[in-house]
Design a protein around this ligand. Structure first.
Ligand SMILES: NC(=O)C1=CN([C@@H]2O[C@H](COP(=O)(O)OP(=O)(O)OC[C@H]3O[C@@H](n4cnc5c(N)ncnc54)[C@H](OP(=O)(O)O)[C@@H]3O)[C@@H](O)[C@H]2O)C=CC1
Ligand SMILES: O=C(O)CCC(=O)C(=O)O
Ligand SMILES: [Mg+2]
Length: 735
């Protein structure tokens, strides 16, 4: 037995940050009693902004760069990190967080939309390192293993959540490009030796190096592709016309957070195309005033309202919207449309929501309607198209009888598209883009001005580890295991060349199969409709998409998922669920002092992290601490002590108390680690004896508005008062 490495618990944003204020003291107490430290590291959006601008802050205001610290830690075998969801900031979110910090007296610079001076360029570069999905890719030094814990699946089967009804004549459909997109233009090569690549644009005015010095090891798969802006706009035009013809809602589904360079540009083209007559008339004035469609209609309207002819432009926008098919709404009460904010509609969450709702979205009039789901790039759109087809034919999934789709996802070393933003470029002029290894041209594309070109890489060590993980999960479960790869796609063909010999050498050729995503989707639904289980072994993007899609259909939310990243250098990263940070939950807490966030993802991650600590340090007490946390989860679900959605019901805080109570009781009752049972018996008894008082104290002030002292940077003292209202419980936990 050795001293266990501390468990690192991340402080993030919004609902999970609030939940942590209540849960973390409990976790820290239980862990300390078993001899392991729990330390916090701040990776909130506000914390990350402060960390990169030490020169703008006073000594006392400066904050350590915890993300950089964590980025180092995850490459070491002792890493044991519990990672909660954080805000992957779109520009409007980033601007709001900056404003809040400035108002609180932190002199961080404004976000420069069009940086001109050296200082602005420097600030913009620092903000770009914070924008979008800037946390997960740094921490994910391993591949992904996500599944619904057995207790969660069992609970969902006996307490099935509501599902919308699908009808065979639903007009909901998926529209995607057939040509000119990333999928169609993709080229792919595998490096046969170590290489240092450069990306060069050759245009009428000569050569421009877009990026050089890209050092990659032998065996790396390198993909290059582009989205033709002409093809994109004509596709969008057709999709709008098709929506009008079908009489459905127009909805656009992108991933502007993870794909933080390409997808805001695509989003901007959708705004431009939807409002084409407005841009024809006022395009130059809008650009001069700094109204950027890539940031969404919402931020454009803010700029327009400050323009001299703002009212006239607004009237034109309203007139054009009146001639367009109705838009799918994020919030019809507040008039927030699909095109308002690029990060409001995120495909991994938004498409499952439509599918769960029987193919319905909300229109501007607040009524439900069928929708045309516009997913410009066709690389993965077929997954959703096949889902729609399947439900039209077979009706909605029944959570009471459905089997499960687990996922093993290729993620390490910023694999595939999700690592491509440093090598994604919007073309300023027509020409040829070449990927070169020295003087040798590996791949080239002819591009037009405005096209979005990108290069993505996949390291062979990540691939080998991913295949090992998939085969291990297959061995452990015996489930049907399918690699979702498309032989006819350039990247997948290279990947298949790499993995087939490994699968064969492992003697597993008859244990796994390969299907293109379209066929694999239908096959997975056929499997789970029969009540059977399957493992989807996917690349990075489908990892992200499927680990929301199936959980949302099977168990109602991805927040309850177990999400383990086995770090390649031996450590463990335990993500909580696959869900996000739920801004609506914060709003409800502020208005009604009810936090409906379910910390089940945190509970599951905690159990795994403790078991991992126990195994790494060969420490039985820690393993028992992890196993009993699982017992507490099972009991919590069985007793129906999860948070309710409405004020007056139990909320997040009540569920934490019950988790602590059941955990302490399970520890006191077990006999594998008698010294631990002895230590926890008094706590279990005290929590149980005082349960009524604690429950009453926890309910104080419910229904009343509360003040968190900020949104992105809350006041810890205020948050603690709100999230820990029971002095009796606090005394037991802190004592
Ligand atoms: N891993 C990460 O760090 C991720 C971060 N994000 C970030 O999260 C933010 C919000 O994204 P959004 O699209 O609203 O998606 P979310 O995943 O935060 O939430 C979608 C909905 O799922 C339900 N939900 C999610 N988690 C829980 C939970 N623990 N308990 C109960 N219900 C839950 C809520 O439904 P209801 O409102 O009906 O209760 C919620 O509104 C964005 O800033 C995004 O960038 C998103 C995905 C992953
Ligand atoms: O990092 C992000 O922005 C989102 C991550 C995500 O959606 C996922 O991993 O499922
Ligand atoms: Mg996701």
């Amino acid at each position: 037995m050795s001293t266990p490495a501390p468990i690192v618990y991340t402080v993030t944003d919004e609902a999970p940050q609030l939940a942590s204020a209540s849960l973390l003291p409990i976790v820290r107490r239980f862990a300390a009693m078993a001899g392991v430290d729990v330390v916090e590291r701040d990776i909130s959006l506000a914390g990350r902004i402060l960390a990169v601008f030490p020169d703008s802050l006073t000594e006392a205001q400066r904050q350590s760069d915890d993300l950089a610290w964590l980025g180092e830690l995850v490459t070491k075998p002792e890493a044991n990190v519990i990672k909660l969801p954080n805000v992957s900031a779109s520009v409007p979110q980033l601007v709001a967080a900056i404003g809040e910090l400035q108002a609180a007296g932190f002199a961080v610079p404004d976000y420069p939309e069009a940086p001109a001076t050296e200082a602005e360029k420097d600030a913009r570069a620092r903000y770009d390192s914070i924008k979008g999905s800037a946390v997960n890719p740094v921490l994910r030094e391993g591949n992904s293993d996500r599944r619904a814990p057995a207790a969660v699946k069992a609970y969902a089967k006996s307490n099935p959540h509501s599902m919308g009804t699908w009808s065979a004549d639903s007009k909901t459909r998926v529209s995607t490009m057939e040509t000119g997109d990333f999928r169609s233009n993709e080229k792919s090569v595998t490096l046969d030796g170590d290489a240092t690549l450069s990306i060069v644009h050759k245009g009428a005015t000569g050569e421009t190096v877009l990026k050089d010095g890209i050092a990659l090891p032998a065996g790396t798969i390198v993909d290059a592709t582009y989205m033709s802006v002409a093809a994109l706009t004509s596709f969008l035009d057709e999709a709008i016309a098709q929506t009008a013809q079908d009489g459905t809602l127009f909805s656009l589904h992108l991933k502007a957070t993870m794909m933080k360079v390409s997808d805001p540009i695509i989003f901007g083209h959708a705004v431009r195309t939807y409002l084409a007559p407005v841009f024809e008339k006022y395009g130059e004035a809008l650009a001069a005033a700094g109204a950027n469609p890539n940031g969404g209609l919402g931020s454009m309207l803010d700029v327009i309202d400050g323009m001299d002819n703002g009212a006239e432009i607004r009237a034109e926008i309203d007139a054009v919207l009146g001639q367009r098919p109705p838009m799918y709404m994020v919030n019809s009460d507040k008039g927030i449309s699909n095109l308002h904010v690029p990060s409001d509609v995120i495909i991994d969450a938004s498409m499952p929501a439509v599918l769960r709702a029987g193919g319905k979205g909300w229109g501007p009039d607040g009524a439900e309607g069928d929708t045309n789901c516009v997913i410009p790039d066709s690389s993965y759109a077929a997954v959703y198209a096949r889902s729609v087809d399947f439900f039209k034919q077979h009706g909605a999934l029944d959570p009471a009888t459905a089997g499960t789709v687990q996922n093993v996802g290729l993620m390490a070393k910023k694999a595939e598209e999700y690592g491509s933003h440093p090598t994604t470029f919007e073309m300023s002029e027509a020409g040829t883009v070449e990927v070169r290894d020295g003087d040798t041209v590996l791949m080239s594309h002819d591009v037009a001005a405005g096209d979005i070109w990108r290069m993505a890489t996949t390291r062979s060590e990540a691939v080998v580890n991913w295949v090992e993980l998939a085969l291990e999960r297959q061995r452990l479960t015996g489930y049907k295991t399918v690699f979702w790869l498309d032989e006819t796609r350039a990247h997948d063909a290279e990947l298949l060349k790499m993995i087939r010999p490994q699968i064969e050498a492992a003697g597993a050729s008859d244990k796994v199969s390969v299907m293109a995503p379209a066929e694999a989707t239908t096959d997975a639904f056929e499997t789970i409709f029969k009540g059977e289980n399957t493992i989807a072994v996917t690349g990075n993007v489908l990892r992200d998409y499927l680990t929301d899609l199936y959980p949302i259909l099977e168990v109602g939310t991805s927040a309850k998922m177990l999400s383990v990243v086995k770090l390649m250098n031996g450590g463990g990263l335990f993500e909580t669920g696959a869900g996000g940070s739920a801004p609506k939950h914060v709003q409800q807490l502020v208005e009604q002092n009810h936090l409906r966030w379910d910390s089940l993802g945190e509970f599951c991650a905690l159990a795994e992290s403790l078991r991992f600590a126990g195994e790494s340090a060969d420490d039985l007490a820690l393993k028992v601490l992890g196993d009993t946390a699982d017992d507490a989860i099972t009991k919590l679900l069985g007793e129906g002590k999860s948070p309710g959605r409405k004020v007056g019901q139990d909320d997040n805080r009540d569920s934490h108390f019950h988790f602590a109570l059941y955990w302490a009781e399970a520890l006191a009752a077990q006999s594998d680690a008698p010294e631990l049972a002895e230590k926890f018996a008094p706590l279990a008894k005290a929590l149980s004896d005082k349960a009524d008082t604690i429950r009453e104290e926890l309910k104080q002030g419910r229904g009343e508005a509360v003040d968190l002292g900020g949104y992105y940077r809350t006041d810890p003292a205020k948050v603690a008062r709100i999230m820990r209202p029971s002095i009796t419980l606090n005394a037991l936990i802190d004592g």
